[in-house]
Ligand binder design. Sequence first.
Ligand code: ADP
Ligand code: MG
Length: 311
Amino acid sequence: MNAYSESRPEFDFIDWIKKQVTLRPEVKLGIGDDAAILSHQPNREWVTAIDVITEGVHFTSETPPELIGRKALAINLSDIAAMAADPVAVFLGIVLPKSCGRAYAEQLYAGIFEMANEYELSIAGGDTNSWSGPLVLNVTVMGTVEQGKAILRSGANAGDWIFVTGPLGGSLASGRHLTFEPKLKEAKILAQHFHITSMLDLSDGLASDARHIASQSGVGMIVDTQSLPIHTDVNPDLPEAERVQHAMSDGEDFELLLTVSPEEGERLLSEGIQLGVAVTKIGECTEEVGMKLQSGDALIDWPRGGWEHEV
Ligand code: ADP
Ligand code: MG
């Protein structure tokens, strides 16, 4: 606190945040002025992602604030991972409920600092509001990637193999959505050692998200239910068809979905583990557009669902 912030809790809180921030060299000017100044190496470019997270949608009024802060950064870092970029700085717009108090805000930031320190990104700015409504956070992460090396959703080719980096389903019910690690390390390994034609992070569920790669790449997809890795968070006693439905539609898995040519796919299967990334082949891209699910010898309907906000 200083003489000017004595009766000004917003600025006292911002000072408290600022004191704990470590600045990466790319952040020339961080918290404290009207805007931040960032720079990057000449052969790199910015990759920026934004997420809004809201009580009642991404967490409940019972979720511990540390986990809310942690998740707010983790979901955004997952987007940066999906582009195969390195995170640099984060900007946080927070709208606190008037009733929550300073201790709650500090706990929220404890979760934010935990993630920022773990993934070596600087809190470079934000905005602090309070209102009579529930908690809302608006998170923007800026990262960098070597020029032209970001991995897009639009590069899949017919014949490409489709992979996921981990098991799917049951994330919301188990609470895993609050504690997952964004796949930054895995994405970097994949991009460094293999020619990845397209990639995204699975936030809304495979049933919904795979469509983005298919439509933006102009291909179809056939996914084999028997090779789908189903998370142990999905009840093993459920009938198989329901377990598949959970794996494809629950959402918030934050695993990576990626495509590679069959030759690269063979190499990925034989070399991935030693390099530090375990992947499962779940299907192939097809010339004929449309999404298909194979179960044994039968082709069954692609599940509806996955999460969609109403607009
Ligand atoms: P302005 O009125 O110009 O928007 P503010 O007083 O809101 O400035 O913010 C002052 C400084 O504190 C800015 O550098 C801003 O980025 C930073 N800041 C404000 N709120 C937060 C927050 N919740 N987290 C991180 N930085 C913040
Ligand atoms: Mg402001």
